[in-house]
Write a protein that binds this ligand. Structure first.
Ligand code: CMC
Length: 393
């Protein structure tokens, strides 16, 4: 059947060389351009992380100011995009709106799609990083029937996003700095994760020379699935379904049952066979947000912490090296901030956009990259002759 390596799910195939993100799954280490995620999340901000992922180095103060300016001047979306939004049903899932509206950017920004021109590639990149929060907030506002809120460039990235989501024209809105810092950190944690499914999708789409906005829309579509970015929504629904700690053993038993398709959402990872370092930071952020909002004894947090403890001691999870991943705690935090579950994966997409772009750019600039074209092991019928329909039995 041919001399191909059969590797379903690409568990042992490196599709590219990359110098952006490093993961040591056994150690539970994550580095962006060599910098530990813990340090970036503690001391950095999201736009600085964007700069780092795109250019490979941390910016100087002047470079950072210039970068912030270059991103923020693109935050508005074409006014006609509003009419595009009106075409969606009100009850459409915001991720469905994102797939459509990010793809539609390819129809609005023709002037930055010559991928052979480094300058145009950069403008397209800035546009995507700047506009994706605006589109995400519009998807949210549209779903709850509130007017769109235009971006405010004097605010930082996360504060601007919170304002676009939660401000209404009839009253003043003050961004809570603790919440905006927490959201900024959530964005940093999600910014890149080497060749995960959505990033590989962006690279594959981009390898044909496709329009960059369309490539990112492909990434958004792939992210939506519950095994990937959709896990944060699924994890929160699961915690709500469990409801109280006394029901945890029942769900743990189901997760272990081979005949039950149920899995503990927010648990397990293809690469991490140790605690996901992002989950640790996420857990800390959850506590900070709940305390800032005065939420004491959150039943979901109680269920999550107890579930984590039970699973970490359970032989099945220990043997299979299943630990909480980033999505386990993010939902509780986002819910406390006021986001409905349907927005969770949208927020992931906002943050991951820079990773997708950095990886897309690296691929375009790598002369060894060719169109992505996996082979297959054919297991169908051998050659046979056509039978006219009247003679088929
Ligand atoms: N609950 C119960 N059993 C599990 C779980 C889980 N969450 N995850 C994996 N397993 C078992 C699985 O049944 C399999 O058992 P066996 O070897 O007996 O068949 C074994 O562990 C290996 O699992 P796998 O599905 O072959 O591993 P994978 O690398 O293909 O999948 C995963 C990784 C993340 C899709 C999977 O762990 C999973 O479905 N987790 C729940 C969804 C989730 O939390 N996804 C978010 C991932 S992190 C953020 C992101 O990538 O977007």
């Amino acid at each position: 059947t041919g001399a191909f390596t059969y590797d379903p799910g690409f568990t042992s195939t490196a599709s590219c060389e990359s110098s952006i993100t490093y993961i040591d799954g056994d150690e539970g280490t994550l580095l962006y351009r060599g910098f530990p995620i813990e340090q970036l999340a503690e001391h950095g901000d999201f736009l600085e992380t964007c700069y780092l992922l795109l250019y490979g180095e941390l910016p100087t103060a002047a470079q950072k100011a210039d970068f912030d300016y270059r991103v923020t001047r693109h935050t508005m979306v074409h006014e006609q995009m509003q009419r595009f939004f009106m075409g969606f049903r009100r009850d459409a899932h915001p991720m469905a709106i994102m797939v459509g509206s990010v793809g539609a950017m390819s129809a609005f920004y023709h002037d930055s799609t010559d991928i052979s021109d480094a300058q145009q590639r950069m403008i397209a990149s800035m546009r995507m990083i700047a506009k994706i929060p605006t589109l995400a907030a519009m998807a949210f506002k549209y779903s709850i029937g509130q007017p769109f809120v235009y971006p405010k460039n004097e605010l930082d990235y996360a504060s601007n996003f919170l304002r676009m989501c939660f401000a209404v024209p009839c009253e003043e809105y003050q961004v809570n700095p603790i919440l905006s810092r927490a959201l900024d950190r959530i964005f940093i944690l999600h910014a890149d994760h080497e060749q995960n499914a959505s990033t590989s999708t962006v690279r594959l789409a981009g390898s044909s020379g496709a329009n960059p906005f369309a490539c990112i829309a492909a990434g958004v579509a792939c992210l939506w699935g519950p095994a990937h970015g959709g896990a944060n929504e699924a994890a929160l629904k699961m915690l709500e379904e469990i409801g109280t700690p006394d029901r945890i053993p029942e769900f743990v038993a189901r997760a272990k049952d081979k005949n039950d398709p149920f899995r503990l959402m927010g648990f397990g990872h293809r690469v991490y066979k140790n605690y996901d370092p992002r989950a640790k930071i996420m857990q800390k952020t959850t506590h900070e947000v709940l305390s800032e909002l005065g939420i004491k004894d959150d039943p979901l947090l109680e269920v999550a912490m107890e579930l984590e403890q039970i699973a970490l001691r359970d032989e099945y999870f220990v043997e299979k090296k299943l630990y909480p991943n980033i999505d386990f705690y993010s939902g509780i935090t986002l819910k406390a901030m006021g986001f409905p579950t349907t927005m969770f994966t949208v927020l992931f997409a906002v943050a991951r956009t820079v990773g997708w772009i950095a990886q897309w750019k690296e691929m375009i600039e790598d002369p060894s990259q060719r169109i992505g074209r996996p082979r297959q092991l054919y297991v169908g019928e051998p050659k046979r002759d056509y039978t006219p329909i009247a003679q088929r039995g």
